[in-house]
Design a binder for this molecule. Structure first.
Ligand code: NAP
Length: 313
């Protein structure tokens, strides 16, 4: 069974112009440095998808891996299949895996996830059977899903189990500010089935770093976040008490708010199924900082305090 590290790195922003303004910032060298620094900091688990930057995220990772000659056994790459309406049979799934592997310049990936539960003409049964076959041929080491509800997760788990393959992960939004999975059955079902939660947007797209706030900074978010109400003054006022608590706890451990927020997610693995945050990092310093969420722990009391304030923010 594939084991994943306690933290990974998300690479949606690498090459993406639809949400993240990648081309405008001309970020190739920056994300290359983020990649290199992640490896230097011990982060070896990269999450990408065929749709990120219309393939550019996978292409960049493939190039970086080649440049530094990293052996595929020393990194774990997770990518995703998007069940688009014109993909209607098992061959379409196999072709997508081939295309992803070509962009990544790899023969195998550690994890292949179905990006969305809506699969139009391909049934979940066909999807899961095809992916189980791909595990057997070795092109993917593990199967995951993303954005699946508790019942959809159970269904995927059943189909895979019939094929003798384990459902490895459900990748869902989870952070101190996004807590739906605690009450909609996803977290409980993941624990029951032994499915790992990959927590996406674990820094609430930068909000939990504390760099976007009403006072003391003029930094404004780039890309689609400009129109997100959570990044507007009213939204920022609401989360100020939580940001102050993150700073307060951070001062005790000499850690940043981002590191406390990520450590809180990792802490949830103690009582739930394993929770692995995959923070997006675009620069070397962000990658280094996020890696610093590992190797220490907040206390049980701090876990409760953060959990309570996060819920009401
Ligand atoms: N499966 C899905 O449907 C799905 C959906 C969303 C995301 N994901 C995955 O999850 C990953 C992470 O989610 P996300 O990118 O949406 O949100 P996130 O990880 O919560 O936030 C990432 C953004 O926060 C800022 N940041 C990160 N680390 C920082 C640090 N240490 N200090 C200061 N700023 C920092 C950066 O933006 P700025 O510097 O511009 O502020 C970065 O792009 C994605 O890359 C992707 O792999 C999956």
């Amino acid at each position: 069974m594939t084991e994943f590290p306690k933290i990974g790195i998300g690479t949606w922003a690498w090459g993406d112009n639809l949400f993240w303004d990648y081309a405008q910032a001309n970020d190739k060298e920056q994300v290359r440095n983020a990649f290199l620094t992640s490896l230097e900091s011990g982060i070896t688990f990269f999450d990408t998808a065929e749709v990120y930057g219309l393939g550019e995220s996978e292409r960049l990772i493939g190039k970086f891996l080649q440049e530094i000659g990293v052996k595929s056994q020393n990194v774990q790459i997770a990518t995703k299949f998007m069940p688009l309406p014109w993909r209607f049979n098992a061959q379409n799934i196999r072709d997508s895996i081939t295309a992803s592997l070509n962009r990544l310049q790899l023969n195998t990936v550690a994890l292949y996830q179905v990006h969305q539960p809506v699969s139009f003409l391909i049934s979940q049964k066909t999807l899961m059977q095809t992916l189980a076959d791909e595990v057997k041929t070795g092109r993917i080491a593990a199967v995951g899903i993303s954005n699946y509800s508790a019942s959809q997760m159970r269904e995927a788990h059943t189909y895979l189990t019939q094929e003798g393959v384990k459902l490895a992960v459900n990748q869902v939004r989870y952070s101190l500010l996004d807590r739906e999975i605690e009450t909609n059955g996803i977290l409980a079902t993941a624990k029951e089935l032994g499915v790992t939660i990959l927590a996406y947007s674990p820094l609430a797209q930068g909000l939990l770093t504390g760099k976007y706030r009403n006072s003391g900074t003029t930094i404004r978010p780039t890309g689609a976040r400009k129109i997100d109400p959570r990044f507007k003054p009213v939204g920022l006022t609401k989360i100020e008490p939580l940001l102050q608590l993150l700073e307060e706890i951070g001062a005790k451990y000499n850690r940043s708010p981002a590191q406390i927020a990520l450590n809180w997610l990792i802490y949830q693995s103690k009582s739930q199924s394993q929770v692995i945050p995959i923070p997006g990092a675009k620069t070397a310093s962000q990658a280094r900082e996020n890696a610093g969420a590992l190797g220490w722990s907040i206390s049980p009391e701090e876990n409760l305090l953060l959990g309570k304030l996060g819920k009401y923010a």
